[in-house]
Design a protein around this ligand. Structure first.
Ligand code: FES
Length: 283
């Protein structure tokens, strides 16, 4: 069992849990994810790492309660049954030479819950003396999350809302274009995490500017183990698995339309209220 040391509502239906998992915290890197099961008979859900503290041995995860299994996880107050990881490939930039990274200008673009996995990446850069700007977008002011934390580690933090209730009135792509076209900003690399449709339009826009762009396909994952095949995605015409080969890929090579079709295939299953995992429990 894994102790929940903090549980906090960030926005309607979006929870942050800080969980004691020392071995996961010791090995976690930005860009990776964990597989979580709320109760012994619950479904295993892959969730990206939203922060880690190696000294305290804790990992933060952010969960949007959208289906039966995620609701079961956020209903837990004291312990989670399983917490396995870290899994997936770390962000590509952690393997790059630090001086080379310091010479580049990064822009992170997060949509909705995507702000959570963006945070450890920007924090990592901040800790290594690399300045990165961040755009966080959401439908409304209430849906903007992890803003105070990001403000401490981002070079510049820009907010956008669809209804104009906070920051730029419009979507993240329009804000990025505004920064580049009207406010003299220049970026060498964009990293985007959020809804698939948002990442598709970010990638289309950055292609016009010739900016290298990385997108995270964590929302495509179902079991996160390479077994279910749900996260298959075409990258430059080659078949890859988001959970094993990713979740981050060169956005210019991702077939976003195919990925969105795959994502829709499982929508009805996510709403099943009485899922019972019977794998490997001898029941
Ligand atoms: S999520 Fe099942 S194979 Fe990747």
């Amino acid at each position: 069992m894994f102790r929940i040391v903090e549980k906090r509502l960030l926005a309607p239906d979006i929870w942050l849990m800080n969980v004691e998992a020392p071995r996961v915290a010791k090995a976690a890197q930005p860009g990776q994810f964990v597989i979580v099961r709320g109760t012994e008979d619950g479904e295993r859900i892959p969730l990206t790492v939203a922060d880690y503290d190696r000294e305290k041995g804790t990992i933060s995860i952010v969960i949007q309660a959208v289906g039966a299994s995620t609701r079961k996880i956020v209903a837990q107050n004291d312990y989670l049954a399983d917490f396995a990881g870290p899994l997936g490939q770390p962000s590509e930039f952690i393997h790059e030479d630090i001086e080379t990274l310091r010479g580049k200008k990064f822009l992170f673009i997060a949509g909705g819950v995507g702000a959570a996995p963006v945070y450890p990446q920007v924090k990592w850069m901040h800790e290594h003396g690399i300045e990165a700007d961040v755009i966080v977008g959401a439908r409304t002011k209430e849906m903007l999350i992890i803003i105070d934390e990001l403000r401490k580690v981002a070079g510049n933090l820009y907010l956008s809302t669809d209804d104009g209730s906070e920051g730029f009135h419009g979507n993240v792509t329009a804000l990025m274009k505004d920064l580049i076209d009207n406010r003299g900003k220049h970026y060498d690399e964009v990293i985007t995490i959020g809804p698939m449709i948002m990442m598709k339009f970010v990638a289309l826009a950055t292609r016009e500017y010739g900016i290298k762009t990385i997108a995270s396909l964590n929302t495509l994952m179902i079991d996160g183990t390479g077994m279910c095949g749900a996260c298959r995605v075409s990258i430059g015409g080659k078949m890859k698995f988001a959970c094993v080969d990713g979740p981050e890929f060169d956005a210019s090579l991702i077939d976003f339309d195919e990925a969105m079709r795959r994502q829709r295939m499982y929508k009805s299953k996510e709403q099943v209220a009485d899922h019972r995992c019977r794998i490997g429990r001898g029941k």
